[in-house]
Design a protein around this ligand. Structure first.
Ligand SMILES: Cc1ncc(COP(=O)(O)O)c(C=O)c1O
Length: 507
């Protein structure tokens, strides 16, 4: 006999306006959201009038936060919380969206990306498995394809979104390790451990050390190949280093070419490196975390038009594609190479294999929807928009370089992609450049000057050390930086340079 259907018990969920639930009724959500968006719009509009840095000490920030306060026992008013937090963040942050922020390689975040983050978190798909994120998984796959296309890679390339450049490069490193050592290395550990060798230029970013270390290959495996005058990898030295290792019975695992070095934007001779790798059957990886998007420029440095020769490319949408942090992307010529390096099939996951499950292609399990902000921005402006913004950034860096070259108190050094390096040289030291004590003083002066500029909040530059010289470094990955901003920089830096010099001379 059929049992009658049981009535569904009334919901005992508490009132959504209660301070004891994180749920929120639609009216409250709408009101809070509108208010927050208004505040953010006001913040964006105010950016050019703000200082780039807040110039506060860690102690002052902790005081503002009341950092030692205990965990709240009861809830607080969400409207009040959001308002005070927005205020805190707007007033006490370093603003990398400021038109005069030219530090490190952190871009202005596209407003579209900000909205995308809200939308992504609202639906909250877990992009580890297709079943858990049908649309999001397909959007990530399309983002990977479009990014590959933008960079001139084979449309059949595979890949995935990761947290940033370190992870994108590291994922490629792991794939190369399995390729060189064979599948068994995943079980036995280092495998041909102690005999692997990895070749990188002396300008390679520190991700390589972390990747070699964490993968068990070890940092001793890194062959730091010298660079030439142009700060690009010396291809002859690379060839010799590989052949020496082969004679010694080593296993060359990977060669890294850099497409836009972190310090000066140098682009290695990628076709020449690719040819060496092809001849010796070695995985060729390109670290294009910063520079790869410049491949979209018709007048890009020639090697950038050959990214497609690489087995893998790392590129950071949170750098030159202007996505808000975090968004890195690893692209591989053979999509299966990632599955071979990362996939496991535990009994508690039954995701099927008819569609891409990103959990199989990288180290993460649960994955957020990083792709959305990149996907929307790519569509908002298209290839033409990126071409224009990147070309403008390059033009701004050139303008900065031209201005410092023409200025009597500066010595211009390198110009690569959208990075200009230079240093302040007081007029009375001009004739002593190159003398060891003058060089030591100029290093100390420019280091102190960089700190002064940071604290001053008018402009933010970072630094590079090139051939032992401490240089100021302006890197433009910023669609808000205009001619006026760049034109103002030399005078600000010269004014502060003279002050710091006077203080160092007469402490
Ligand atoms: C060439 C290069 N590779 C890798 C990285 C690391 O990127 P991320 O900071 O996103 O991990 C950087 C960072 O500036 C870089 O310039």
């Amino acid at each position: 006999m059929e049992t009658p259907a049981q009535p569904i018990p009334p919901s005992h969920r508490p009132d959504t306006t209660s301070r004891h639930t994180l749920d929120m009724d639609p009216e409250t959500f709408r009101a809070l959201g509108h208010d927050l968006v208004d505040r953010i719009a006001g913040f964006l509009e105010s950016l050019p009038r703000r200082r780039v840095t807040a110039a506060v000490s860690p102690g002052e920030v902790r005081d503002l936060l009341d950092a030692a306060a205990p965990l709240p026992e009861t809830g607080r008013d969400p409207a009040q919380l959001l308002a005070t937090t927005a205020h805190l963040l707007f007033d006490q942050s370093l603003h990398n969206g400021h038109p005069r922020f030219l530090g490190y390689i952190t871009s202005s975040a596209a407003p579209m990306g900000m909205l995308a983050e809200l939308l992504a978190a609202s639906v909250n798909p877990n992009v580890g498995a297709w079943t858990l994120s049908p649309v999001a998984s397909e959007i990530e796959a399309q983002t990977v394809r479009w990014t590959a296309e933008l960079l001139g890679l084979d449309p059949g390339s595979g890949g995935l979104l990761v947290s940033g450049g370190n992870m994108a490069n590291t994922v490629a490193f792991w794939a190369a390790r399995v390729r060189a050592a064979g599948d068994a290395v995943r079980q036995t550990g280092s495998g041909v451990g102690g005999r692997m060798a990895v070749y990188v230029s002396a300008e390679t970013h520190t991700w390589i050390q972390k990747a070699a270390d964490l993968s068990g290959v070890g940092t001793d495996a890194i062959r730091w190949i010298p660079t030439g005058e142009d700060l690009c990898l010396d291809v002859d030295a690379l060839r010799k280093a590989i052949d020496r290792d082969l004679e010694d019975g080593m296993v060359p695992m990977m060669v890294v070419g850099t497409a836009g070095s972190v310090s000066t934007g140098a682009v290695d001779d990628l076709p020449a490196i690719a040819a060496i790798c092809r001849e010796r059957d070695i995985w060729f990886h390109v670290d294009g975390a910063y520079g790869a998007p410049a491949a979209v420029l018709p007048d890009a440095p020639e090697p950038l038009h050959h990214l497609g020769l690489a087995d893998s490319v790392a590129v950071d949408p949170h750098k030159w594609l202007y996505a808000p942090l975090e968004a890195g992307c690893v692209l591989v010529k053979d999509p299966e190479s990632l599955r071979k390096a990362f996939a496991y099939h535990p009994p508690y996951y039954h995701f099927g294999v008819e569609a891409t499950n990103f959990v199989d292609l990288g180290p993460q399990n649960s994955r957020g929807f990083r792709a959305l902000k990149v996907w929307l921005a790519l569509q908002q402006v298209g290839r033409e928009g990126y071409l224009e913004m990147i070309a403008d950034d390059v033009a701004m860096a050139r303008l900065l370089h031209t201005r410092v070259e023409a200025h009597p108190e500066f010595e211009a050094h390198t110009l690569g992609l959208s990075i200009s390096t230079f240093r302040y040289v007081p007029p009375e030291l001009r004739g002593r450049v190159g003398e060891p004590d003058a060089e030591a003083y100029l290093n100390a002066l420019n280091k102190a000057l960089q700190a002064r500029l940071e604290a001053g909040g008018e402009v933010f530059l970072s630094n590079a050390v090139v051939r032992g010289r401490y240089l100021l470094r302006g890197c433009v990955v910023n669609f808000r930086t205009g001619d006026d901003d760049v034109a103002a920089i030399p005078e600000i830096v010269a004014r502060e340079g003279a002050r710091v010099h006077a203080e160092l001379r007469d402490p």
